[in-house]
Design a protein around this ligand. Structure first.
Ligand code: GTP
Ligand code: MG
Length: 203
């Protein structure tokens, strides 16, 4: 399956429900630790170099950024967690902001949790999985930076991380924002959850 991206634009940033967009369109949240590659993954999904701002300095995205794709769905870049230099207060406000969105947002159809394929999930990664385990949407796991390891290692890491998360390896998608590996598999997983109208098949 392939979708043709005809349009991708930044809509708004929000820190709470009062500033969520009211497009009434399905939303897909993208979560993961700081610097894992959330913004890069979004850019790769929509074929845009710098729609979501990427940074070599972690912990820069402090709000939820909503990107409208093909006037049909919204990708939501959540602020990263696990950045050591963040104060206790900031950490608490992150938790509140994100859990409020994840647990209370009606149009939320899918959560893409991004992990670095080379690392074992951190405690904070596991906290996120715990937070979403009560939602009716099972997460899609993207294992990013797969360009950093070879094919054999990719398969091995996929099984190892699936086991650590107690998930089926088929729920995990190796991904690379550099090479585009996993892009269509990820779109397929997203669209299955969304079943959005107006997203054309490319062929
Ligand atoms: P915050 O918004 O700060 O939480 O970071 P983020 O998760 O949005 O990460 P971002 O996309 O800004 O990427 C962080 C760094 O990782 C950048 O230097 C990217 O170029 C690099 N990066 C992201 N994805 C990949 C990938 O698939 N492969 C490689 N090799 N590098 C990547
Ligand atoms: Mg970012």
């Amino acid at each position: 399956m392939a979708i043709k991206i005809v349009k991708a634009e930044f809509i708004t940033g929000a820190t709470g429900p009062e500033s969520y967009p009211d497009e009434g369109l399905p939303e897909i949240a993208i979560a993961g630790r700081s610097n894992v590659g959330k913004s890069s993954l979004i850019n790769r999904l929509v074929n845009r170099k710098n729609l979501a701002k990427t940074s070599v300095t972690p912990g820069r995205t402090r709000q939820m950024n909503f990107f409208l794709v093909n006037d049909s769905l919204l990708l939501v870049d959540l602020p990263g967690y696990g950045y050591a230099k963040v104060s206790k207060d900031e950490r608490a406000s992150w938790g509140k902001m994100v859990s409020r969105y994840l647990t209370g947002r009606k149009p939320l159809k899918a959560l893409v949790a991004i992990f670095d394929i080379r690392r074992d999930p951190s405690n904070e990664d596991l906290d996120l999985m715990e937070m979403v385990s009560d939602l009716s949407i099972p997460p899609i796991i993207a294992l990013t930076k797969a360009d950093k390891i070879n094919r054999g290692q990719i398969n091995r890491r996929k099984s190892e991380i699936a086991e650590l998360l107690d998930l089926n390896p088929s729920d995990l998608v190796p991904f690379s924002a550099e090479t585009g590996l996993g892009k269509w598999e990820l779109w397929k997983a997203i669209l299955e959850r969304v079943k959005a109208g107006g997203l054309e098949d490319e062929k």
